[in-house]
Design a protein around this ligand. Structure first.
Ligand SMILES: *Cc1c(COP(=O)(O)O)cnc(C)c1O
Length: 309
């Protein structure tokens, strides 16, 4: 079995780059992006951060099988498949929804990496009991990771972003901006900053539960409550994996201008939102803003297939 080597050079890979634009000049803002998407090509972005201590834990306890859950386009399952293959685990995934007649990009990748795929109805998927029963059939040598990889060890891994930011910026940026799905990456960032700077969380999904969820993550993780963060609820574009032409245009323009690819589900919405807020003059003059590139670039292929882009 290939031993997982926890990378100690994430900070070398996750570079901070300045993003200059006419607008930020007008408002005298300093904008940066932290490239977590560069940490690892396959176990990308925040999924690396979230899996890191889980993989170490599974190895420490001599588990030989990883089990997790997700949708058919899940960035988490993609990263898990890569990690399982690379570090010698058997990997099992329970997929939300009945088996499609042809597998999409992400499921094909899972299959190519020898992930054992199981499908279930959406109703079954929602039931924790169903999931527990599912996991049980694989015996005791299994390590179960929740949907999205979101558990306390994921929050611990994500908190390391903050430690790096503190090293990369002699003076912390005024704002650190991050996209959220389950909110556990954001919780890790907030916990790691431990009251410093101000975190803006941009949900990629519709709904008003994100603040509650992040507080719950923090409660479970270190029992602290923080006031230096807020939700920016206005840039979900209709919900998870919803989009419009303007968002796609923005994503393509951004890549052309800065040579930095964004994903359509999370990071495009985050950066669109920040650029829109800059244009609306919401940040006061002279402030510095750090955006986290949480990766997710594998999602582009599935997205193109699904929506014929
Ligand atoms: C999964 C993912 C997120 C959301 O992370 P959560 O911890 O679930 O909030 C954000 N960005 C990208 C690119 C992702 O793949």
């Amino acid at each position: 079995m290939n031993k997982f080597q926890p990378l100690h050079d994430e900070i070398e890979r996750s570079l901070v780059q300045p993003i200059k634009s006419k607008l930020s000049d007008v408002y005298n803002l300093k904008i940066f992006i932290k490239r977590d998407d560069l940490i690892d090509r396959e176990i990308s972005g925040n999924k690396w951060r979230k899996l890191k201590y889980n993989i170490l834990e599974a190895q420490k306890n001599n588990k030989n099988t990883l089990i997790s859950y997700g949708g058919a386009y899940s960035n988490h399952l993609y990263a898990l498949a890569a990690a399982g293959k690379r570090y010698g685990f058997k990997t099992v995934a329970l997929i939300r929804g009945e088996a499609p007649s042809t597998l999409g990009y992400t499921l094909r990748y899972l299959k190519a990496n020898d992930v054992e795929l199981h499908f279930c109805s959406r109703a079954d998927y929602r039931s924790q009991e169903f999931r527990d029963d599912f996991a049980e059939q694989f015996g005791d040598d299994t390590y179960v990771i929740p949907e999205g990889g979101s558990n306390a060890l994921a929050i611990k891994g994500s908190s390391e972003m903050a430690a790096e930011i503190k090293k990369q910026f002699p003076t912390l940026p005024n704002y650190v901006c991050i996209s959220a799905g389950t909110g556990s990456t954001a919780a890790g960032l907030i916990a790691g900053l431990d009251g410093e700077s101000h975190v803006l969380v941009f949900p990629a999904l519709k709904g008003n539960w994100m603040e509650r969820t992040i507080n719950k993550h923090l409660q479970e993780y270190n029992g602290k409550t923080y006031s230096n963060w807020q939700i920016v609820p206005d840039y979900h574009f209709g919900g998870y994996a919803k989009f419009d032409g303007e968002l796609i245009q923005f994503m393509n323009d951004f890549k052309r201008q800065y040579q930095i690819p964004l994903d359509p589900i999370y990071t495009s919405k985050l950066l669109y939102g920040i650029f829109d807020m800059v244009a609306e003059n919401i940040f006061s003059k002279g402030k510095s803003i750090l955006m986290i590139h949480t990766g997710g670039l594998q999602g582009i292929e599935g997205f193109k297939e699904r929506f014929n882009l």
